[in-house]
Design a protein around this ligand. Sequence first.
Ligand code: NAP
Length: 304
Amino acid sequence: MTSPVSSRIHLSEDGPECSRFVAGWWRLRDWSLTRSQTIELLEHYLSLGVTTMDHADIYGGYECESLFGAVLSESSVDREALQIISKCGIALMDDARPQHQVKHYQTSKAHIIASVERSLKNLACEYLDVLLIHRPDPMMQADEVAEAFESLRRDGKVRDFGVSNFTPSQYELLQSRWDAPLVTNQIEISPLATAAMTDGSLDHCQQRRIRPMAWSCLGGGRLLIAPEFEGVRKQLESLLEAVGATSLEQLIYAWVLKLPSQPLPIIGSGKKERITSAVQAQALEMNRQQWFEILECVTGEEVA
Ligand code: NAP
């Protein structure tokens, strides 16, 4: 296979243009990379046309954003060439936040603004391209979130806003109070996590003409390594040749890309060769029956 380059796609009709594949930095701290190795990883992504970076305030015990920011400052990478996405709204029990007595959600105006300001400092950036509310918060006051968005937009700190793990009605509630279109819903999508296909989330994305971002497409790696999926892997391997895939992860990424809501898969690997292999999934042809074969193989059930 030739060296791939990620295509580009708008998150929503007038929303920001992103690379179809997104670099996920959740596990950055776990990779224990040196700064120069992290720069190499970032440059590798860019060489593949992957310019969209997914972060959250909480990643790596609140450390990943600053690890990334240090690398961005040290590298010759132009910030303007990137689309930086971050999230807020989850409050972890962590040494970095000794004031938290319980894991909770926090979507007050003051918290959202303070969290973005911290993210910008950590990421060494002047603005975020997109801010997502990380999880639906049962205590969310939609008017207050919209006020926070307005303040961040007015101050040039965030360009566009979206949500993550929201149901369609939670999304619509927030949208009803916010004067600009929310640009995405970042949700879990994989053959192991198919709820978004039946609970209305992906229908809602098509209806709203927004593209979902897909997290944990490989089930956090479980699909590729967990002993309970050994039989599934054997069956999937028998499908590789028919779609021209060279690895199981490629097959799965091609499966996610086929969804009509046009998800942007977020790559979670810290390994350059796996990242290249993921982006190559774009070139694969997968017909409808092959798509259903993969679904049946992983879920263990034929559709009704
Ligand atoms: P994933 O791709 O499902 O899992 C990545 C893990 O799989 C890594 O540990 C990787 O290890 C492993 N892996 C990949 N290929 C493998 C192979 N062939 N054999 C063995 N292991 C393999 O994605 P994810 O990391 O769970 O999620 C991706 C991104 O989505 C995150 O970085 C984050 O940005 C975002 N996310 C968002 C939410 C949300 O609520 N919005 C939640 C979770 C994640 P190696 O590094 O060794 O390749």
